[in-house]
Design a protein around this ligand. Sequence first.
Ligand SMILES: [Mg+2]
Length: 143
Amino acid sequence: MILALDLEGTLISNAMSQFPRHGLWHFLELCNTHLPRTVLYTTVREPLARSIAHTLVQEGSAPPWFSSIEYIEWSGAYKDLNFIKGYPEQRTLLVDDNRDYIDPEQLHDWLLIDEFAYPYAEDHELQRVWAEICQRFQIDAEW
Ligand SMILES: [Mg+2]
């Protein structure tokens, strides 16, 4: 089981404002506790993504492990899951708010999350998506 997480519009607002989404800490902690491997799959280049992750940890919006999360290097028009070592032998899901980055042939491995967008109101998307992750991976872990 591999869970790939988009960053902007999924976990945070964007790389500029970096507002954490409601429930972020808890969501990431559930991922770390119940899934063997969680990776970051984002258009944000690694140095900035790491800096954002570090800030989120420092301010208490993300658990400490998040600052050393595995980062997926990729190129091309789509977030091709083949850039993730272990795919497709291991079941993989990508949580992303933007369909434009999803390889049309990998739609079945994609979980759509509503974009976390202005005015960045509290929502329950991470909780909803967690329930979907549990269902798709057939694990039993309540929010
Ligand atoms: Mg996004």
